[in-house]
Structure formats: structure tokens, C-alpha cells
Ligand binder design. Sequence first.
Ligand SMILES: Nc1ncnc2c1ncn2[C@@H]1O[C@H](COP(=O)(O)OP(=O)(O)OP(=O)(O)O)[C@@H](O)[C@H]1O
Ligand SMILES: [Mg+2]
Length: 364
Amino acid sequence: MPSSIDNYLTGQSAVMADLKHMVEMVAPTASTVLVLGETGTGKEMVSRAIHHSSGRNGDLISVNCAAIPSELLESELFGHEKGAFTGAEKPRQGRFEMANGGTLFLDEIGDMPLSLQSKLLRALEDRTIQRVGGGKDIEVDFRLVCATHQNLKSKVDEGSFRADLYYRINVFPVQLPTLAERKVDLPVLIKAIMDHMKAHGDLPHFQFDEEAVAEMMRYSWPGNVRELRNVLERAQVLFPGKTINATEVRENLLRMKAPKKEQEADFLWQATADLGDPLSAGGDALDKPALPHPSDYRDWFAYFDDIDLRRHLQDIEVILIEAALEKHEGMVSRAADTLKLRRTTLIEKMRKYVIEKPAAMPDD
Ligand SMILES: Nc1ncnc2c1ncn2[C@@H]1O[C@H](COP(=O)(O)OP(=O)(O)OP(=O)(O)O)[C@@H](O)[C@H]1O
Ligand SMILES: [Mg+2]
């Protein structure tokens, strides 16, 4: 029977086993925990695991300090009395009071405005708070868990985070591994996330063949478990009821091209034909189609609401690398020269983006 911590933190790697052990030890104590880790590594999951294994009867109350505008954060945390400010028509409990008997989770604590940090410090030291516009001390019994993806120590050094608060919350730091550091957990994570999707009615279900899983093992997962989850949700949309292979993982799931179904390919051709063919739309038919110029992007937002800049630039990089490799029939050093990159840099990029040399080419 898996312990309840296993329900929150999936993974059997050595780093995850250590992490779960730490969580198990600290959860039932009153210690303040500081959860550290890159985006999408599961910091919020750790806060839930700690709360549910703490034996505390109250609720887990979460506050994302980065998501609430700083002028509202004070009353959100500490509550307010009637008439404390314009619009405060009724008295209101803050999150500290709601967490009485339970756990208060301050997510993205690194974004806590300096002006609020001293008030927070006082609350942590005295275990009492005052509502905004109220003079009365209110006792609260809360267990604090904080999380951040930032380096708090350097925020202290540059003066944007109070040193005394830093030492007050850095009692029991828990560092989450990146997904790249625990790729052996991929199969169990995939299973856990898919089971969760099934339980929520996403059917018919897809599966991965062996090579597809191997392909995912080679990827670097900069967005960690959240990115994996997004990829699995994308798989459910693009390949319901299918067995997904390595090429589909590479081209449709990790790189977001539309799947190459006959039908959809035809549709795409029709759609692009309507946009006008640069070869036939006037001008000299022998002219090559013009390559896009960077300034063409100026009009982007006239057509689209947003752009995933990192992924877009990455897609361009991948296409140019593949084209250079093709031009030089897979000779990496010549492709690197063409791209004005060092050979080792190109190899690194090929590894990162899982680009293979054109088939049956000799090593150079
Ligand atoms: N060990 C895990 N097992 C299963 N799912 C997980 C695990 N860790 C994270 N997840 C899932 O990955 C996603 C991201 O997790 P979470 O929100 O806890 O990350 P985070 O570190 O708080 O990210 P951010 O810094 O972006 O807020 C969630 O959907 C969560 O359910
Ligand atoms: Mg989070």
C-alpha cells in the first residue's frame, strides 16, 4: 500500500526517495518548510503532501504572492476591518486567519513586496496578526510552508528580500530535482498522469510504444513535470485511442507541428494556397520566394494575440539546423561552419532538440 506521500509525489528515483523521506520527517513537526525548485517541478504538490501528512485538522490555505497585486496582498493575507479603505464595506478574514489550525502556503515568496515583509516577519515571530485598519491582535495557529523558484539568498544580497525574514523561513529547505535529473521517473510519471486523466474521463486513451518512451527520455524537459503533463494532454487531443511512435513524439508532441494526416495536410495546402503563392502571385515566376525578413514580425500582433517566443525561436533554430545538415549531407562540421557555430555547440543543440543527422551519413 503506497503511503499518502506517494499519492502526491510520484517517482522512484534516488533523489525522489530522499525527498519523500525528508517530507515524511518534517510533515508532522511545526517547522517552517521552504520548498525550492525550478518551475513545474512540483513545489505546490510538496506543500499538499506536507499538509496532508501533518495531522493538522485545519485547511491548507494557499497564497500566490506573485499573482496578487501588491496593493491587495496585505488585506488578502491579514484581512481588514470595515472602512479600512475605500470599498471595505464589510470586515473580512485574511488568509492567515483562514489557515488557523491548518497550513499556510506562501507560494512565490520571493515576490513578496519589501513593504509587507516586516509585517510578515512579525506574524511569524509572534503568531499574531492585525487586520488592516484594526488595532486588535489576533492569535493564529498556522504552520507555514513557503516556495520559490528564485534564489532568495541573492535577493537578500541585492537588498530586495529582508535577511531576517530569509533566516526565519529558511528553517527546513527542501530542494526539488528537475525532471532532467530524474528521467528514470518518466515512465511512472507518465502512468500516474495518464491514470489521473483517465479518472477524469478523458477517453479513448492513447499509449506510447517503446521507442516513443525512449524519445521522451532523450528530451531535456525545461518545463519539468508541468511540461510533461501538457505534452500528455496534447497527445490526448492529437492521438486519441492511438499508439504513438517516436517520430510523432518528436514532431507532434515535443515540437508542436500539426499531425501529418492526409486530410489535415490537404487542408493545410488549401489554406496556404488561399494566402497566395509567391511564385504565381505576380512578379517574375522564376524569382525564388522571398525569405521572411525579421521586420515582417512587426505585424504579428495584428493577426495573433500572443506568441510563445522561446518555442518560436527554437522552431526556427531546429529548421535551420536540419536544413544545414541536409545541405552538407550530414557532415556536422560543415553544417556548423554554414551556421557560424562551433562544431561542439551544434552537437549540443542537436542533442538538446533531438535532431538526427540525415540517415546513413558517415560521421565526420
Ligand atoms: N511528482 C509528481 N507527480 C505527479 N504530478 C506531478 C508531480 N510533480 C508535479 N506534478 C504535476 O506537475 C504540475 C506542476 O506541479 P506544481 O504546480 O506543483 O509545480 P510548481 O513547482 O509549483 O511550479 P511553478 O513554479 O510553475 O508554480 C502539476 O500539474 C502537478 O500536478
Ligand atoms: Mg507553483
